[in-house]
Ligand binder design. Sequence first.
Ligand code: ATP
Length: 362
Amino acid sequence: MKSYRIACIPGDGIGKEVVPAGQAVLEALAAAQRGFRFEFSTFDWGGDWYRAHGEMMPAAGLEALRHVDAILFGSAGDPHIPDHITLWGLRLKICQGFDQYANVRPTRILPGIDGPLKRCAPADLDWVIVRENSEGEYSGVGGRVHQGHPIEVATDLSMMTRAGVERIMRFAFRLAQSRPRKLLTVVTKSNAQRHAMVMWDEIAVQVAQEFPDVKWDKELVDACTARMVNRPASLDTVVATNLHADILSDLAAALAGSLGIAPTANIDPERRYPSMFEPIHGSAFDIMGKGLANPIGTFWSCVMLLDHIGESEAARQLMQAIEKVTADPRLHTRDLGGKATTEEVTNAVCALLAQNDRLRVA
Ligand code: ATP
């Protein structure tokens, strides 16, 4: 029987609730499918680890993860630790250390979910946002001088490399090509940022020539926010820089009904390193420990994980179970206007997976 090694990093806040829920669902799926199993290892890195050790994860942490088949991540964020420490010390350390340069964020309005766009039919909103995940505005280049003095200067330099832009463009065109509409929107800001973003545009034109069957257009990032709201059906696959896609994908998640539903995958397309799957939301300390966290974003991330490791039939079954659960308003958590708890939603998904198994045996 095939066995997959999965590293679980719950991290902070509601990550500690949704990652065990994701693990429970993967276990239920493996029990129902019977063709494979999972070996989980959990790493308690994050804010508590920082308080005890002065770092978000151990220096040798990447080595401990290097040979797993995939990583299931919760969130990094703690009200008592500056955000740049929690982000750079854990999530970005893994993304950059494992060169997970493609961040993939699908968005759909799932059955039973009431999105805020009243003029939009659920089928109008079916996007995948591809975020450049290794450089750009989050490359970490910059510094501060004269700290605390009136002449203080601080810089954050956006670094774009030809190799980095080419590989993310190629990934996005390939993804667009694999989807039924074969439609890609390249998000830019080359009217105002006249060096790196102009190179970004030029590379899009060059890479497009390798994909003659993909229809593509270019959109300024500000105009793209309006297009997402006013003409959602005109978008399908979208590629954008690290910062632009970060913002656009939160908007996308909100337009799909809740931040609690949206999944994301940090992929190393060359498979030199493990890829990492996580809900798009953060630590949400305001609802932590109350059983209010919506685990659907984590479950959908598990669907992406299963697809990545090659278990696409299991991925399809899990997505089907998720959609059956969202279709039932009695199983909506508070962020969706319901009263269900994290545990109730998890149990419902697990029960549906077990039912599939019983149907198969019968
Ligand atoms: P961080 O600083 O780690 O990014 P945050 O609390 O600032 O965390 P998010 O966790 O992304 O930001 O979410 C903002 C709000 O959305 C939360 O305060 C919470 O009320 C709600 N929320 C986010 N995720 C979920 C979820 N899975 N289930 C229910 N509500 C959620």
